[in-house]
Ligand binder design. Structure first.
Ligand SMILES: NC(=O)c1ccc[n+]([C@@H]2O[C@H](COP(=O)([O-])OP(=O)(O)OC[C@H]3O[C@@H](n4cnc5c(N)ncnc54)[C@H](O)[C@@H]3O)[C@@H](O)[C@H]2O)c1
Length: 290
């Protein structure tokens, strides 16, 4: 513990599971007073029994404007201020592809993943402006916002919208010292993908553990993301260490979106074979890399 957030009050939406749950633990370790907001009241109330005086749970549906307004009010009521707002709650949302798109499902996904982030900025921003001491808003996008194929189009579109919210917020909120930044997780070991299936929730912990091996196979760093990896990035944006950074996004994906995974030497070799060239080594890339 290094008290990076000592004296700060933080809200974490979606704080009852996965990445949000890990943020709750890390922010408490770093000295913050923390309010977890989640639609899952059973899990949230169990956390309240466990985590002590610096923690509170407020049952919140982030798709509802009024719930987010009440959440900020309840936070100020309990801890007297708000310094950090983390817009993290989410789910995989509408699964249909482009050609079969369920338009209502798309709208519900946008409400959950994008509109909620705007509303989070609205209510947290109002309170932070009123306090007059600035603040930090951190929102969760995804690598699915910049690459096709990781998720369904509704999720991709909503997460891409989140990226622009931080720039808009910078335009409107910077004059009040309120910063807004984005964390873009890669494949992170949480139950989120199992929630979209019929798997019994009692097996979610097993699922999270079982993801280690398949995730390891395609990440340059040799493993998938742990919730703590994402929480650490959120901590950086929440803390004063990032005090001159706003409107930015940080990708936390073990290098997944930074590498070209196809065998370019094989492509060159095939072209050589088509040309009838058999006496030239096509592996220029691997030769250059040593
Ligand atoms: N896990 C990944 O690989 C990954 C990758 C990229 C982005 N993300 C994003 O990270 C965030 C956290 O996801 P996670 O992997 O921890 O998932 P998770 O399923 O473990 O946790 C999500 C939490 O959000 C809550 N929630 C869902 N709908 C809500 C609503 N309407 N109101 C309030 N709370 C609600 C759930 O109850 C749950 O506690 C999400 O925004 C997700 O899109 C996750």
């Amino acid at each position: 513990m290094s008290d990076e957030l000592l004296g700060k009050v933080a809200i974490i939406t979606g704080g009852a599971s996965g990445i949000g749950r890990e943020m709750v633990d890390l922010f408490l370790e770093e000295g913050a007073q923390v309010v977890a907001a989640d639609i899952n009241a059973t899990a949230g109330e169990a956390m309240a029994d466990e985590l002590g005086e610096d923690f509170a749970f407020v049952r919140t549906d982030v798709t509802k404007d009024g719930d987010l307004e009440s959440l900020v009010a309840a936070t100020v009521d309990r801890f007297e201020r708000l310094d950090v707002m983390v817009n993290n709650a989410g789910a995989v949302g509408e699964p249909s592809g482009l050609l079969d798109l369920d338009a209502d499902g798309f709208s519900r996904t946008m409400d959950l993943l994008a509109r909620s982030v705007l509303l989070g900025h609205k209510h947290a921003g109002r309170q932070m402006k009123k306090q007059g001491t600035g603040g930090s808003i951190v929102s969760l996008s995804s690598i699915a916002s910049i690459r096709g194929g990781f998720a369904a189009p509704s999720y991709d579109a909503a997460k891409a919208a989140v990226l622009q919210v931080a720039r808009t917020a910078t335009f409107e909120l910077a004059e009040f010292g309120i910063r807004s930044n984005i964390v873009m997780p890669g494949m992170t070991r949480t139950p989120i993908m199992a929630r979209g299936t019929a798997l019994d929730p009692s097996r979610y912990d097993d699922f999270v553990e079982a993801l280690r091996e398949p995730f390891a196979e395609f990440h340059p760093l040799g493993r998938g993301g742990d919730p703590r990896d994402i929480a650490n990035a959120a901590l950086f944006f929440a803390s004063d260490r990032s005090s001159f950074i706003t409107g930015q996004s940080l990708t936390v994906d073990g290098g997944l979106t930074s590498v070209f995974t196809h065998d370019l030497g094989g492509v060159v070799g095939k072209a050589f074979a088509i040309m009838g060239v058999t006496d030239v080594d096509p592996s220029f890339g691997s030769a250059a890399r040593g």
